[in-house]
Ligand binder design. Structure first.
Ligand SMILES: C[S@@+](CC[C@H](N)C(=O)[O-])C[C@H]1O[C@@H](n2cnc3c(N)ncnc32)[C@H](O)[C@@H]1O
Length: 295
């Protein structure tokens, strides 16, 4: 029995390490593919509100996620400085700048492609994207009124270092809002199917791991965050996750008809999206959460 468990675990590790690619290479090469997912270059899932967002309009749901996150940051209609930790192409920053004319936004990413192209999209706006590691930024302590991390801290495994750095750069009273997928149990408690989907997801999207939501809550409190509010929004995110198979087919057909091959990174991205959907179906093991907490 023990041997079988060890073999299964070894097999899963082998699967996880197959074709592993660096996170920065992944984003440098695959970011432009996201235009197919979102015209506004939102590199995250959406937030559906019945009778408000149309489930067939993906960008409306993706932008609703921006709106929900920004609402929780409490920075509307006042001068404020926002940090977007793992900002992608700055989709959330642009949305925030549009909704608050007094806002200044700084985004950080490790991808050169995102720094260059994201800053082009931010031209003449009060925001800038810097090439910085969100685990150890060069920002001064107590500098930001708010910080957000949408589907980005998962690349560092929802590590304590990422939360500590966010805490350091926030002003007292400043809010951190994280929107991401988390585990509802420990990795070693996942069923075979769940563990398989999870390992493949982490491998193809270059994620270190997903944190266990309970442990993450405890960690945030231990760092000093107060008013830690955890919302399970899995059902609100599900309609946009269900767009994944259609987006994969549409993207592949587009490449096929344009006679363009698929880059390794694009293939990883497509497979990662598929395994995100597969992981999401294991509802007892995975959930999508918005975490709001205050320094
Ligand atoms: C899935 S994208 C999400 C982008 C953006 N938050 C959005 O929702 O559109 C993940 C982002 O995290 C960034 N990232 C991952 N690890 C990082 C790190 N250690 N420091 C800075 N950025 C990082 C990637 O470069 C990428 O921009």
């Amino acid at each position: 029995m023990e041997t079988t468990a060890i073999n299964i675990s070894k097999n899963l590790d082998r699967i996880a390490n197959e074709n592993n690619i660096e996170m920065t290479d992944f984003y440098n090469e695959a970011t432009e593919d996201y235009e197919f997912w979102s015209k506004d270059f939102n590199m995250h899932f959406g937030y559906h509100i019945p009778f408000k967002t149309n489930i067939f309009k993906r960008d409306a749901m993706l932008n609703e996620m921006n709106k929900q996150v920004i609402k929780r940051l409490c920075i509307n209609n006042r001068p404020a400085i926002l940090a977007d930790l793992g900002c992608g192409m700055g989709g959330t920053m642009r949305y925030a700048l549009k909704s608050n004319e007094y806002l200044t936004a700084f985004g950080v990413t490790l991808s050169d492609f995102q720094v260059k192209k994201g800053n082009e999209l931010l031209k003449n706006k009060n925001g800038i994207i810097l090439k910085e590691n969100y685990n150890i930024t060069s920002f001064k302590a107590n500098h930001f009124d708010a910080a957000t991390a949408i589907e980005s801290f998962c690349h560092s495994g929802h590590s304590k270092n990422s939360f500590k750095e966010a805490f350091r750069i926030l002003k007292p009273g400043g809010k951190l809002v994280i929107a991401d997928a988390f585990l509802k149990k420990d990795e070693n408690e996942l069923c075979y199917g769940g563990a398989y989907a999870y390992k493949k997801l982490c491998n193809h999207w270059s994620l270190e791991r997903l944190g266990n939501i309970e442990n993450v809550t405890t960690t945030l409190k231990s760092i000093g965050f107060s008013k830690v509010n955890i919302e399970d929004i899995s059902f609100k995110v599900a309609p946009s996750v269900l767009h994944v198979p259609f987006a994969i087919i549409g993207f592949t057909l587009k490449k096929f008809f344009k006679n363009q091959g698929l880059k390794l990174e694009s293939l990883h991205n497509l497979k990662g999206s598929f395994f995100a959907l597969l992981s999401g179906l294991h509802m007892q093991s995975f959930g999508y959460y918005v975490i709001t907490c205050t320094k």
